[in-house]
Design a protein around this ligand. Structure first.
Ligand code: SF4
Ligand code: SF4
Length: 458
């Protein structure tokens, strides 16, 4: 029987040079530069009369078959089905809405609400729920994250009590554990000594240059916070403690982005720098702090790539994780087990207050006064429909397995499974396309993708 070909992989083309495109099969980790002839050949591959093909065309098809693009798929499966039984991978506590800083763009307007610190019984119930869930499925490791809505490490006595409880209970149950936290980095030496002993990682919010940090992220009394955060990172460097930096880019520091990456590279050992454009919300509305503009962010981020490579820094923006395949932008669609200070379960790290209108969508349960946990499975199922494989809007997008459908909390309308915000969608596509170009040109390395040259095909 005559040989025939079927396209069996998710394959996309991205414009490159005049008559060349990048051929990209994300789930196979395949990247190649091809001319229009190869694209036309592939477009028609299922109807082509093979007898009409020349030697090179036949060799190209054999090569693409060998690589898994044609006739049978060896694609990576990153689709996670809905779990009928709620079995979270990780517990995150939001210990407070209070903070020792008054960042001019704080999404949670921390420090302006009625002060809350998590009741101890919420923490215990959440940890016990997690331990029971782990034991039921034979899990051996408990991950505890501490996150915002305020500065998570601000209620320090509460934090130490939680850490002690997790350590004791894990040791009784024969589990290993890892504790990590987001932090604004304004911490005393005593706190830092404790952290290096009991935590595995910190993610420090730092906007990268002394005057930017002082302007963006003042202390509650109005003084700058740079000297505090600088001291923290130098301490952590001395102890060789693992931490990442997360910086926010507004219209104030947009043109300083490459300088920020260089400053971090020159002054600290940290090799993970995550930059995000400011999202207009929370305290921006009263301080008048503006986003940097998506085009400008894309331009500057591209300039940062070389600087980051020079210092061996892994440069991150949430929408362009080309080094990973995922069908969820974040844990929102698997209903993160994240507990607010007043005992609600929220799927979104940015929605931590019942008064926030988005809580309607992202809150999916609560810890009752008697310590039992109520979970709204109908809501959890709806949140699961946010995975990118279920979003019509993203179906034909080459960036879908990296962007994974964007941040649901930033969609500018009520239908969180509908169209994504145009600006951020374009930004994600631009930055992923840029990274593919850099891979092709040998300027970006990721173990996941192999670059194939057209000559290999013939
Ligand atoms: S450190 Fe975080 S929680 Fe505190 S004011 Fe700044 S952005 Fe808000
Ligand atoms: S939000 Fe935009 S960039 Fe992201 S997967 Fe969907 S279509 Fe692609």
């Amino acid at each position: 029987m005559a040989k025939c070909y079927t396209l069996t992989a998710d394959v996309f083309t991205i414009p490159y040079h005049d008559d060349e495109s990048i051929l990209y099969a994300p789930l196979l980790g395949f990247v190649c530069v091809v001319n229009d002839d190869v694209i036309n050949l592939l477009a028609d591959v299922e109807h082509i009369d093979l007898k009409t093909l020349n030697k090179e065309e036949k060799a190209t098809l054999r090569y693409l078959e060998d690589k898994g693009l044609l006739n049978g798929s060896r694609e990576y499966n990153c689709v996670h089905p809905y779990q009928e039984k709620y079995q979270p991978a990780q517990l995150t506590l939001f210990p407070t809405n209070q903070c020792n800083l008054r960042c001019i763009y704080c999404y949670a307007s921390a420090g302006e609400q009625k002060p809350l610190v998590m009741d101890w019984h919420y923490a215990v119930s959440a940890i016990e729920f997690m331990i029971t869930s782990l034991k039921e499925r034979g899990g051996k490791h408990l991950s505890l994250g501490l996150h915002g809505g305020g500065e998570p490490l601000y209620p320090w006595q509460f934090i130490k009590r939680v850490v002690g409880y997790v350590e004791d209970r894990c040791s009784q149950e024969g589990l290993t554990h890892a504790i990590f936290s987001a932090s604004n980095g304004v911490l005393s030496e005593k706190q830092l000594q404790y952290i290096v002993k009991h935590f595995v990682n910190l993610n420090i919010s730092f906007d990268g240059l002394p005057h930017v940090q002082d302007y963006h992220r003042p202390l509650a009394g109005g003084q700058g916070s740079f000297e505090h955060v600088d001291r923290t990172m130098r301490f952590l460097d001395e102890k060789k403690f693992n931490y990442g930096i997360r910086g926010t880019v507004s219209d104030y520091n947009i043109n300083l982005m490459p300088e920020i990456v260089r400053y971090i590279g020159e002054h600290y050992r940290c090799k993970s720098v995550h930059l995000e454009p400011l999202f207009y919300c929370g305290r921006c509305k009263t301080t008048g702090t503006m986003d940097p503009g998506i085009e400008a962010f894309a331009e500057q981020f591209k300039r940062c790539e070389d600087v980051a490579a020079e210092y061996g820094i892994n440069l991150i923006y949430s929408g362009c994780h080309i080094d990973m395949l995922r069908n969820m932008f974040c844990g929102v669609s698997c209903a993160n087990f994240s507990v607010t200070p007043d005992g609600y379960l929220t799927a979104c790290y940015e929605v931590t207050d019942r008064e926030d209108s988005k809580s309607e969508k992202f809150f999916f349960g609560r810890i009752r006064e008697d310590g039992t946990i109520f979970i709204d499975d109908e809501k959890r199922r709806r949140l699961h429909s946010l995975t990118v494989d279920q979003l019509d809007y993203c179906r034909d997008c080459f960036a879908k397995w990296h962007c994974a459908g964007e941040c649901a909390a930033k969609i500018p309308h009520d239908d969180i499974t509908g169209a994504r915000g145009h600006d951020r969608c374009q930004l994600n596509r631009q930055l992923i396309a840029e990274r593919l170009k850099r891979i092709v040109e040998g300027n970006f390395k990721t173990g996941r993708l192999s670059y194939h040259k057209i000559e290999d095909m013939t």
